[in-house]
Design a protein around this ligand. Structure first.
Ligand SMILES: Nc1ncnc2c1ncn2[C@@H]1O[C@H](COP(=O)(O)OP(=O)(O)OP(=O)(O)O)[C@@H](O)[C@H]1O
Ligand SMILES: [Zn+2]
Length: 625
């Protein structure tokens, strides 16, 4: 976009703020590539991009900054290089690194006006959320799955943070369902990917996260049997690479193990018992199968075809393993092969063996394409969802730059509802959120002299007025409480507290208990003089009391805590009252007026008429002109 067009759309003031801004983009994948293009073309002045990964063939269909010649190159560096061509005066900085590395500390985060998350995992999202809260930098969090997308604006003390609502952990299946009584295609796929493949080619001692191995009185004997079976399979590993390997594996997992299960009649009172497969019969059926069958990934293969792909992929994997073994140096660990959705040999093996197992348990088979989605835990990434989400991220960030957090929204992209784009007001922070409810304070220490006692007595008790009853922890490790004073005389550095460590302080004083306190430890650059205190608070902070839990009225019981909260239009921060159940279309008149005003053409301080982009009442994006 030309500068003059940007100015006309955003107004002179906002355009200038963007030009002078310094923003961080975390992740240069599906959303990240789109977002970087938007940021550059909208005129953001300085953009830092970080991504730990290199470019893969499977990224090219939607991560449009990348081309075939970029495969194996760092995403962040290529993204910077390509986006620079859109606007030569944009200042871009790229890091091929993990955002969780220590070098990206609170002070570094503080140097940005806004941070954009375009990540694909909870751990990194949580980390950036915490860093932004501590550095008091607004965060625009985003994510997509298939046709669904979400954008959330997070600002310390004013909105919900990423961790205010619990996040779903990936689904796991009980070990007995996977190993003895599958009833869905996914059970057979998890068995092939997380049990059979690792037993034959991988690290079978590692527990797969999607298999729940918890033992209890009901499944103890079954688990003992399964251990024995696994041991037999391990022995079979020796035969891998020989002519008869596929028959040995087949006879064990698709015949003998199944006959044992069949014999457990109690299990099959309600269900149809499993039927072992016959090697000779399938050998015959597969004789006429074309050798190209495994390339037909949208077709659901017949039993004979699955048998053929099983035999063929087992040979391919065995050959690869042998080659790796031959190259292995004496001091290296034994080579292994692990599942990767983009590794055709492992995907063929998992598809074929999952389908053979599905036939045994009377479960519908799946195409290789479907198995790839299910085994890779992937919901297909859709380029247009990413593009729309990235656009919405920028629109939301404009409100932050306009100091207009009241107008910022939680945005949802959906395919199923009446509208593609829906919005909701931002919720205030949850008072019991372990991440954003603590008060943050900084403590400067002289690393040579400061002990835990200096922290507890000088800073917490003398400066901040804590009583005797407090608990000090770092991560999950207890540093101090009234009954544990062993480390008091030790130097902070010697008990694992370094520059930018987070130390949590909990007040145990009843009844007037203060909110939790998060201390960020900052080491002094210059050694301090001997008569100065080794640990001091950088700036005094107020630590309010914990809010008392209100007595619940009967009507409160009907309200779920997750329900959205409307901001009241005249509040400085996002606080407000709960929306009534089923009142999605309810509009507050005062906020309505505010929105109409914001979306009208208004002359800015230079008299230029700005066309302001905004959400309308219904959640759609509107451009007034
Ligand atoms: N801790 C981290 N530090 C830096 N970048 C990260 C971190 N965790 C994830 N990322 C990056 O975030 C991006 C997320 O993008 P996306 O969701 O499109 O995933 P992808 O790995 O590119 O694609 P897919 O998983 O669908 O094959 C990836 O490029 C990934 O490397
Ligand atoms: Zn929170």
């Amino acid at each position: 976009m030309r500068d003059s067009s940007i100015k006309r759309s955003l107004g002179v003031d906002l355009t200038r703020s963007l030009k002078e801004s310094r923003v961080l983009l975390v992740g240069a994948g599906g959303i990240g590539c789109e977002l970087l293009k938007n940021l550059v073309l909208t005129g953001f002045g300085e953009i830092h991009i970080i991504d730990l990964d290199t470019i893969d063939l499977s990224n090219l269909n939607r991560q449009f900054l990348f081309r075939h010649e970029h495969i194996k190159k760092p995403k962040a560096l290529v993204a910077k290089e390509v986006a620079q061509k859109f606007r030569s005066d944009a200042k871009l900085e790229a890091y091929h690194a993990n955002i969780m590395d220590d070098q990206f500390n609170v002070s570094w985060f503080e140097s940005f006006n806004v941070v954009f998350n375009a990540l694909d995992n909870i751990a990194a999202r949580r980390h950036v959320n915490k860093m932004c809260l501590t550095a008091n930098v607004p965060l625009i969090e985003s994510g997509t799955t298939g046709f669904n997308g979400q954008v959330q604006v997070i600002q310390k003390s004013q909105t919900e943070c990423y961790d205010c609502t619990p996040k779903q952990t990936p689904k796991s299946f009980p070990v007995c369902t996977i190993r003895s009584s599958p009833s869905q295609p996914i059970h057979c796929i998890v068995w092939a990917k997380s049990f059979l493949l690792p037993e034959l080619f991988g690290n079978s001692d590692e527990e797969a996260p999607e298999v729940d191995n918890t033992e209890n009185a009901d499944n103890a004997s079954e688990i003992a049997d399964l251990r024995r079976e696994a041991l037999e399979l391990k022995e079979l590993r020796q035969s891998i690479g020989t002519e008869e390997a596929h028959q040995k594996v087949f006879d064990k997992v698709f015949r003998r193990d199944i006959m044992r299960l069949q014999g457990m009649t109690d299990m099959w009172k309600e269900l149809e018992p499993p039927q072992p497969l016959d090697f000779a019969q399938l050998q015959e059926e597969s004789a006429s199968v074309a050798s190209t069958i495994s390339t037909q990934d949208q077709k659901v293969w017949t039993l004979g075809e699955n048998f053929s792909v099983f035999r063929d992929s087992l040979n391919r994997l065995a050959h690869r393993l042998k080659q790796l073994q031959e190259k292995k140096l004496p001091d290296q660990d034994s080579p292994i092969l692990i599942f990767d959705k983009d590794d055709v040999d492992t995907l063929d093996f998992v598809t074929a063996t999952a389908n053979l197992r599905a036939a045994i348990f009377h479960i519908e088979p799946k195409s290789k394409f479907d198995v790839k989605q299910m085994a890779g835990n992937i919901i297909p990434a859709i380029a247009t969802t990413n593009a729309m989400t990235a656009g919405l991220c920028v629109l939301q960030s404009l409100k932050v730059f306009q100091n207009n957090l009241m107008q910022a929204k939680m945005i949802f992209l959906e395919r199923s509802g009446a509208r593609a784009i829906n919005s909701d007001s931002l919720n205030p922070p949850h008072s019991d959120c372990p991440v954003c409810s603590p008060v943050v304070a900084r403590v400067e220490i002289d690393p040579e002299r400061a002990t835990l006692e200096h922290l507890v007595h000088d800073v917490l008790q003398t400066e901040l007025g804590y009583g005797e009853d407090l608990i000090v922890t770092i991560g999950d490790t207890l540093l101090y409480d009234q009954d544990f004073t062993d480390d008091l005389t030790k130097r902070l550095f010697d008990i694992g507290i370094k520059n930018e460590s987070f130390v949590t302080v909990k007040d145990e004083n009843e009844p007037d208990t203060r909110l939790d306190l998060e201390l960020v430890i900052m080491t002094r650059n210059e050694p301090s003089s001997d008569d100065s205190k080794p640990a001091t608070l950088q700036k005094m902070v107020e630590i309010p009391s914990k809010p008392k839990q209100p007595a619940q009225s009967p009507t409160d019981d009907a309200q779920k805590p997750e329900q959205p909260v409307h901001p009241s239009s005249d509040d400085a921060t996002v606080t407000g009252k709960r929306k009534r159940e089923g009142s999605n279309d309810e509009v507050e008149p005062s906020s309505h007026d505010a929105k109409r005003l914001a979306s009208a053409s208004v002359p800015d301080s230079n008299g230029i008429e700005a066309i302001v982009l905004d959400d309308d009442e219904e959640g759609a994006i509107m451009i007034d002109d």
